[in-house]
Design a protein around this ligand. Structure first.
Ligand SMILES: [Zn+2]
Length: 309
């Protein structure tokens, strides 16, 4: 008599090949695939299938349609679906120059790390570090508070906390400061992140530190107006600060660039002095950014983006 199934399972529509010779099951989803294809991409899968009885090692002894059913413990069904889609469908689902969705990146990184799908892991890691690296010249924050990147796009099924968790889980250290920064700078913060957890408290603290930093503070010092040639640069500066920070302080503005600031009314000399000081403040904030999140300095984070084995 058969043991009663704990969960009803479904077959993946896209990843079910009638001539497949192994069935992978992640959560309650099954994928009928080919041992040889998986072994080609993953040395761990290769070793597993070489043993002849993969199911024995993977804690499952069931057979379906003549195929062993291998249970992929602790893996996400959606991530296996994405990775297998990339392997089997390739350019039909994504093209090399297109941004990958977060779930694709996450699948390539997590499963790539666990089962050593090396080229997939490497591609995802390069894209992630490119999107959230330590070079602030490449960082673009859009009006929504999201970091714009042509390497990765968010999908509807995931929130920014998933991005933070991915970076922490796989120790992609170089990306942590910017991933954390964007978490608290987002316009919808904190409703979409970390409700009721320790993480929320930590990010609230970081946010209060960042909002107290004001890139214009040095511009208030009268000494920079010693060479002023304008009529009312002090008044123009006040108006500029109002325009920039009203109606509310926005953490993301801590890293905004000078070109995005409307400095009308300042004379050329004050404008130049203002830009110099503004950019020095921005540099200071950037240098301090890792420490806000309890991380070591940038130079200790750089080059440490290879996930641990
Ligand atoms: Zn002036």
């Amino acid at each position: 008599m058969k043991e009663e199934c704990k969960f009803s399972t479904t077959r993946s529509a896209a990843i079910w090949f009638d001539d497949g010779n192994v069935i992978l099951q992640a959560e309650n989803k099954k994928f009928r695939v080919h041992k040889s294809i998986l072994a080609l991409h993953s040395p761990i899968m290769n070793d597993m299938f070489m043993l002849g009885k993969p199911d024995a090692d993977m804690g499952s002894d069931s057979v379906e349609d003549g195929c062993p059913v291998v249970e992929m413990k602790d893996d996400s069904a959606s991530e296996w679906e994405e990775l297998l889609s990339l392997i089997y469908h390739g350019y039909r689902v994504t093209r090399p120059n297109e941004a990958l969705s977060f779930v694709q990146i996450s699948a390539m990184l997590r499963l790539g790390h666990k089962y050593c799908f090396k080229p997939y892991r490497q591609e995802a890691l390069e894209r992630f570090v490119d999107a959230f690296g330590s070079d602030w010249d490449t960082v673009v924050i859009n009006d929504e508070g999201d970091i714009d990147t042509d390497k990765m796009r968010m999908d509807d099924a995931h929130s920014w906390s998933d991005v933070v968790n991915l970076a922490f889980d796989l120790r992609i250290r170089q990306s942590l400061p910017l991933v954390c920064f964007n978490a608290i700078a987002h316009k919808d913060y904190p409703s979409y992140l970390f409700e009721g957890t320790e993480e929320q408290k930590r990010h609230r603290l970081a946010r209060s530190i960042l909002t107290s930093s004001d890139n214009f503070s040095v511009l208030r010092a009268a000494s920079i107006y010693d060479t002023c040639e304008g009529e009312d640069c002090q008044g123009a500066l006040t108006a500029c600060i109002d325009r920039t920070y009203a109606p509310k302080l926005d953490v993301a503005k801590g890293l905004m660039i000078w070109d995005d600031i409307d400095s009308d009314g300042l004379c050329d000399r004050c404008k130049e002095a203002a830009q110099t000081d503004f950019e020095a403040s921005r540099d200071t904030l950037w240098i301090a950014l890792p420490s806000v999140f309890g991380l070591p300095p940038w130079n200790a984070l750089d080059g440490g983006h290879e996930v641990e084995d």
